[in-house]
Design a binder for this molecule. Structure first.
Ligand SMILES: Cc1ncc(COP(=O)(O)O)c(C=O)c1O
Length: 406
């Protein structure tokens, strides 16, 4: 049974700050006590480095750290050896872009993406555009940020070697038809790279069913600690791929002449001492989510968003940009009020939202505005919170927004 009031008790931030309405989950999420306990448990019970020690606590740390690969593999339907840990999805996407540039990309090749992407899924490709002369091209998206299959087919051609896009976009919450797009990419001999920052932890993810080649995501957006990310890749591709970072832990041998023999994937992507407590905390987060059930989380969020969207459509002072999307944030502006001023007004009512361009700077040419307010939900938010939010949103006006500063 999915009982949100019971679930809320698992989150110390909700228990300690019941006055806050936290609708900034797209930026980062709250952490359940089990995640905090897992991190504290490591520091108070078995602190040691991993993959290096021959004593009891080191063996326990190895087991917990490597055990997280199995947990994450279960969450996304992959194999444990296809899971590498790093700092965040930004690190994963940089690794994928660098790795593909050393593996296959050459001057004139095309990376196909969309204008709705986060900077983390554009800037690494832009760098390759400058450095090796690849070209970044865009599949058009509609005003809700959704990419349509006919447009993917039209945009595809024989120079396209990579298709890289978010599963769920971070500004409009558009869910892209990744499985169908991956099939088109593969028919044309291109790799499919997916940014899962806003989808893993919210939806059922099956990398095998979607048949994608690479996926990245961040722990902190799915109840886990900061500073931990996941790189998923099909094993044979990870084996072929060169890591960005070289150093301890990831090499099998090296010689005075500079010859280096790397360990197998995924270890070769984890140079240096990793974020051990973070990875252990991520494992606890993934177990917590699977215990709730990803299908339950999806259903609850969909229902809550529909309730929220319906209420926002009735507000005369609000421009609401993504009413048709079933998932992701409620993205809006208060008419005539600068987004940051409106967010400041909501903040003065203890409502946490994000304003600005949300690192998706090109998308705003499509929706016709540069700055928006994003109210992003998670499974621990409630309809009562939505009601309180809507009452506050009704009051956003230039006078009220400026009034908070005087
Ligand atoms: C779609 C998307 N991709 C990538 C990122 C970058 O995530 P991180 O800062 O954890 O690397 C974000 C963060 O908001 C995002 O929403």
């Amino acid at each position: 049974m999915f009982d949100v009031n019971e679930i809320r008790k698992d989150f110390p931030m909700i228990v300690n700050r019941p006055d806050l309405i936290y609708f900034d989950n797209g930026a980062t999420t709250y952490k359940p006590q089990s995640v905090i306990d897992a991190i504290v448990g490591f520091y108070t019970g078995y602190t040691s480095n991993v993959e290096r020690g021959d004593y009891e606590t080191a063996a326990k740390a190895d087991k917990a750290y490597d055990g997280t690969r199995k947990i994450i593999a279960k969450l996304i339907h992959a194999e444990p050896e296809e899971i590498a840990f790093n700092a965040n999805i930004t690190a994963s996407l940089n690794q994928i872009a660098y790795g593909l540039s050393r593996m296959i990309l050459k001057e004139g090749d095309v990376v196909l993406t969309t204008e709705a992407e986060h900077a983390s899924n554009l800037l690494p490709w832009f760098r390759l555009q400058k450095d090796i002369g690849i070209k970044v091209e865009y599949i058009p998206v509609d005003r809700q940020g959704v990419c349509h299959i006919e447009d993917v087919k039209k945009a595809m051609h024989d120079k396209v070697k990579v298709v890289a896009m978010a599963h769920v976009t971070n500004v409009l919450g558009s869910v892209q038809p990744i499985k169908e797009i991956a099939a088109i990419a593969h028919e044309n001999g291109a790799f499919m790279v997916v940014d899962g920052a806003q989808s893993v932890g919210h939806r059922i993810i099956d990398v095998k069913d979607m048949n994608i080649d690479f996926l990245g995501f961040s722990s902190h957006k799915m109840c886990g600690p900061d500073g931990v990310g996941v790189l998923y890749g099909k094993y044979k591709l990870l084996q072929q791929m060169e890591p960005v970072f070289m150093g301890g832990g990831m090499n099998a041998r090296f010689y005075p002449d500079g010859n280096i023999i790397l360990k197998d994937a995924p270890i070769k992507f984890e140079a240096g001492t990793p974020n051990i407590e973070g990875v252990i905390g991520l494992g606890a987060a993934a177990e917590y989510l699977m215990h709730l059930g990803m299908e339950n989380i999806m259903a609850y969020e969909k229902d809550l968003r529909a309730y929220f969207a319906e209420k926002m459509l009735h507000l005369d002072n609000i421009d609401f940009y993504n009413p048709d999307n079933e998932t992701g944030p409620i993205t809006f502006n208060a008419k005539g009020v600068f987004a940051q001023d409106a967010a400041g007004f909501l903040g003065s009512r203890n409502i946490c939202v994000r304003s600005g361009n949300h690192c998706a700077k090109i998308l705003h040419d499509i929706i016709g505005t540069d700055q928006t307010i994003r109210a992003s939900l998670y499974f621990y938010n409630t309809k009562e919170e939505v009601d309180r939010f809507v009452e506050a949103a009704k009051e956003i006006s230039i006078e009220n927004a400026i009034g908070i500063f005087f």
